[in-house]
Design a protein. Structure first.
Length: 312
């Protein structure tokens, strides 16, 4: 019996995030389910609009289509399971299930940071080198950027998951989070976690700071170029193609930097529950709306497709 109890302890974790408000469990389940449905529908619409309109077959929309696919995957790793856990109050997750969730969450999260950096470089090329844009942003380079983003995600998630699950948990099954986040799982360990915390700070910090630097340098040059444009119409057009991406990067890097790129991130999991909702659930849901509502080309293409289908 003792052996069986020990096996159960080692084979599963209990996710206790948001458990302190028992009356709000149904509300949380409905909220998460609704946001997930909106995320999938919004991003699928974005993918179909880009694929069906030949005028959107450009590098910018190639990245946008891949971002929408990534956002569906990113949200699918966390949101459906969390919604079901709140509804049924089944908060246990197997050891292997927790490792898998952490692996894919880290993979898609890291890849998104690199995608946003690639998109910033694309906008920099379009605004600052418009005559060479088609030459520089070739199909080959765009595909290599997407593949490189996923490869970087693979390296990071293998490191994070491997190091985290090499720790001992000594029957400490409770994880103070609604999913298997790296920092929360490290905090649940009974091992010395200093090496893991330093690794998380070094690797995640360098990824976040590195990709954010590419974004900020690109937008620094973009803003200087836009300000120097003689025509107000050209300034407005250039700014409108970049403003939606700027909103996305501010939301994403703001929350992720607060979570992973500062010392002591693993030692304060309570604050991370609410912040995590933003970058795991809210941002993937908002991205298609930000890019649709702020982008004349996407709105025009969407109207054209709806007219074809007889909605107008």
């Amino acid at each position: 019996k003792a052996k069986m109890e020990n096996y159960t302890r080692m084979s599963e974790f209990i996710l206790v995030g948001f458990k302190s408000q028992p009356g709000s469990q149904l509300l949380l389940s409905v909220l998460f389910s609704t946001m997930y449905i909106v995320t999938v529908v919004g991003n699928v619409c974005m993918i179909l609009t880009i694929r069906m309109d030949s005028s959107l077959h450009t590098p910018m929309y190639f990245f946008l289509e891949n971002l929408s696919i990534l956002d569906i995957c990113y949200s699918s790793v966390i949101t459906p399971r969390a919604a079901l856990a709140f509804l049924l109050d089944r908060r246990s997750i197997s050891y292997n299930g927790c490792a898998s969730q952490m692996f894919f969450f880290s993979l898609f999260g890291t890849t998104e940071a690199f995608f946003l950096a690639a998109m910033a470089y694309d906008r920099f090329t379009a605004v600052c080198n418009p005559l060479l844009y088609q030459v520089i942003m070739s199909r080959r380079l765009c595909v290599l950027m997407v593949m490189g983003s996923y490869l970087s995600g693979c390296i990071n998630c293998t490191l994070q998951t491997g190091f985290t699950f090499s720790l001992s948990f000594c029957g400490h099954r409770e994880i103070n989070h609604f999913f298997c986040d790296v920092a929360a799982v490290i905090h649940a360990s009974c091992s010395d976690t200093l090496v893991n915390e330093l690794l998380m700070l070094a690797v995640c910090g360098s990824i976040i700071v590195g990709t954010a630097l590419v974004v900020f340098i690109s937008y620094g040059y973009i803003i200087i170029t836009i300000v120097q444009m003689p025509s107000a119409e050209r300034r407005h057009k250039a700014f409108s193609t970049c403003s939606s991406h700027m909103m996305t990067i501010c939301l994403f890097f703001g929350t992720v930097f607060f979570m992973y790129a500062q010392p002591g991130a693993a030692s304060s999991p309570n604050k991370s529950n609410i912040i995590s909702v933003f970058y795991t659930v809210v941002i993937p849901m908002l991205n298609p709306f930000i890019y649709t509502l702020r982008n004349r080309e996407v709105k025009g293409a969407l109207k054209k497709q709806l007219k074809k289908k007889g909605f107008f």
